[in-house]
Design a binder for this molecule. Structure first.
Ligand code: ADP
Ligand code: MG
Length: 332
């Protein structure tokens, strides 16, 4: 699956945290990729290892965290093998990240203008103050902000959550990154603002050819925005495919359970939420077999004994489920 079209290729990522409770296996086997000009979604419920995967790739893990295995090739370099200094340069210039809560990411003491011009000047120190101001104003306009000069003079506490998130996305794009990683950027915002931010990211993709890794717990959001999706559960990627495939031919019982949880206008109420009953796994005590087995209504003997391998279903579609062993698609 390698090729010039792939901008970020993460393979076999394994990340753990040492804690007083024991070793937390946050990510056990995650592989996903982002192609140039496309949006890849990582979807899964809370605690499935989405954020940790992104943080690991950028070298931003907490002090008790460790990458145990895997590679994350970005423009020919394995990010997991880079030193801190090189990684910092990648983060400032080539990959930008936007986080869930824009309010906490902005310093309340600084105006938007001083924040943005500082971001720009630390990225390209030769930029003069006036020019940095002008470029920041322009970027705020690109974000759909109607009175950017006014917003530049304000402090974050006088702005709405949606406005703060636009400012954060503007900051992320000021250094013209090749890849934007957005970790649940709309989760803390109310529904109408969510919609606006999603439209904004859609526009950035279409007009600027932005490549985006978009993390969300909401498969409905994936449908709106993404070209491809990797579904995570318990630190494993369960299924990866195009967005069309996820709706027309998802094979993993967990993906199907997520799909059935999306409210739809044409909902005929056929698939109940039964597969999502039960507790998420405890990452300190991973089950021996498939991590989803304890909640899977199709679980059989093998599922409790061994981890399923990832089956290549062709056409960029893969899934890790014992039901696929007999070849073809499982009838789930
Ligand atoms: N610094 C940490 N120390 C211990 N456990 C952590 C730490 N950060 C994350 N985890 C654990 O790793 C798992 C995956 O977390 P995360 O990637 O944040 O999930 P999500 O899919 O909701 O983004 C969770 O069980 C979480 O509790
Ligand atoms: Mg998260």
């Amino acid at each position: 699956m390698s090729g010039s079209g792939i901008l970020l290729d993460v393979k076999g990522l394994r990340v753990s945290f040492s804690t007083p409770r024991g070793k937390v296996r946050a990510v056990s086997d995650a592989s996903f990729s982002v192609r140039r000009g496309e949006v890849t979604g990582i979807v899964g419920e809370s605690g499935s290892g989405k954020s940790v995967s992104a943080y690991a790739v950028l070298g931003l893990l907490a002090g008790n965290g460790r990458v145990e295995a895997g590679s994350a090739v970005f423009c020919g370099r394995d990010l997991l093998a880079l030193g801190e200094k090189e990684l910092r340069s990648v983060r400032g210039n080539e990959i930008s990240m936007v986080f869930q809560d824009p309010m906490t990411a902005l310093d309340p003491l600084f105006t938007v203008g001083s924040f943005l011009t500082e971001v720009l000047r630390s990225h390209s120190p030769q930029t003069g103050r006036k020019e940095a101001w002008k470029k920041s104003v322009e970027m705020l306009s690109v974000m759909g902000i109607r009175d950017p000069e006014d917003v530049m003079r304000r402090c974050p506490d006088s702005l709405s959550g949606g406005m703060c998130q636009r400012v954060m996305i503007a900051a992320a794009l000021l250094c013209d990154p090749q890849l934007l990683i957005a970790d649940e950027p709309t989760t803390a915002l109310d529904v109408t603002i969510q919609e606006e931010i999603l439209s904004l990211i859609q526009k950035l993709k279409e007009e600027r050819g932005m490549s985006v890794l978009f993390i969300t717990h909401d498969l409905g959001v994936v449908a709106r925005l993404c070209d491809r999706v990797s579904v995570m559960y318990g630190g494993f990627v369960m299924e990866s495919c195009s967005v069309d495939q996820v709706y027309s031919g998802a094979v993993h019982p967990y993906t199907k359970a997520l799909l059935s949880a999306i409210p739809r206008l044409d909902d005929r109420g056929e698939e109940p939420l039964a597969a999502l009953e039960g507790e998420p796994i405890d990452p300190v005590h991973l089950p021996e077999g498939c991590v989803f087995a304890p909640r899977c209504r199709y679980c059989f003997e093998d599922c409790l004994k061994t981890r399923p391998e990832t089956f290549d279903l062709g056409d960029g579609h893969s899934a890790a489920c014992h039901l696929l062993k007999k070849g073809g698609k499982a009838d789930v």
